[in-house]
Design a binder for this molecule. Structure first.
Ligand SMILES: Nc1nc2c(ncn2[C@@H]2O[C@H](COP(=O)(O)OP(=O)(O)OP(=O)(O)O)[C@@H](O)[C@H]2O)c(=O)[nH]1
Ligand SMILES: [Mg+2]
Length: 179
C-alpha cells in the first residue's frame, strides 16, 4: 500500500486492545485518561457520554473509552462492553459513603456476558488526599479476592501527579503477554 503514510500502516498492523474506564462520577476517570495521553492534568467537567483516546505504551496500543459515571448514565455502560479486554475501575478513595454503590455496580458489571473475558484493573485514586482509604482497605471492602472468573489487580494512584498510573499500565501489558 504505497500511498499510505507510515502512521496509518502501523495503526492497521498493530492490534488495538479495547479498554473501558468506569466508576462513579467524580472518581477521576477523565483525569486519568488525559494523564495517560499527555502526562498532564486537564480541567474536566462531568462526562456526558464518553471520551475515547488511543494510548500507546511501549508499542502496546490501547483504545480507551472513558465513560460518564453519573447515576443516570450508568445504565448505558453496557453499550460499551462488546470486545472489551480490560475494565479500568476508578474508585475515589475518599468516598467511603458510596463504596457500597460502587461494589454493586462492579458485581453487576462482572456478571455481564460481554465482559466474561475482561481483566479488571482497579485504581484506588486520590491517594494524595489525607485519610483516603488505602488500596488494601478498598480491596477488602470490595471483596476483590472473591473474584475468581476474571484476572484482577488493584493499584493505588493519584491522577493529579500520575503516581501509580504506569504501574497499572504495566500490569495490563503483562496480562496481554501472558495470553
Ligand atoms: N485530590 C485529587 N483530586 C483528583 C484526583 N483525580 C481526579 N481528581 C479531581 O476529581 C474531580 C473529578 O475528576 P474527573 O476526572 O472529572 O472525574 P470523572 O470520574 O471523569 O467524573 P464523571 O465524568 O462525572 O464520571 C476533578 O476535580 C479532578 O481534578 C486525584 O488523584 N486527587
Ligand atoms: Mg469524566
Amino acid at each position: 500500500i504505497p500511498n499510505l503514510p507510515n502512521s496509518c500502516i502501523s495503526a492497521f498492523s498493530s492490534t488495538e486492545h479495547k479498554v473501558i474506564i468506569v466508576g462513579l462520577d467524580n472518581a477521576g476517570k477523565t483525569t486519568i485518561l488525559y494523564q495517560f495521553l499527555m502526562n498532564e492534568v486537564v480541567h474536566t467537567s462531568p462526562t456526558i457520554g464518553s471520551n475515547v483516546e488511543e494510548i500507546v505504551v511501549k508499542k502496546t496500543h490501547f483504545l480507551m473509552w472513558d465513560i460518564g459515571g453519573q447515576e443516570t448514565l450508568r445504565s448505558a455502560w453496557n453499550s460499551y462492553y462488546s470486545n472489551t479486554e480490560f475494565v479500568i475501575l476508578v474508585v475515589d478513595s475518599t468516598d467511603r459513603e458510596r463504596l457500597t454503590v460502587m461494589k454493586e455496580e462492579l458485581y453487576k458489571m462482572l456478571a455481564h456476558e460481554e465482559l466474561r473475558n475482561a481483566a479488571v484493573l482497579v485504581f484506588a485514586n486520590k491517594q494524595d488526599v489525607k485519610n483516603s482509604m488505602t488500596a488494601a482497605e478498598i480491596s477488602g471492602l470490595l471483596t476483590l479476592t472473591s473474584i475468581k472468573d476474571h484476572p484482577w489487580h488493584i493499584q493505588g494512584c493519584c491522577a493529579l501527579t500520575g503516581e501509580g498510573l504506569p504501574a497499572g499500565l504495566d500490569w495490563m501489558r503483562s496480562k496481554i503477554k501472558a495470553n
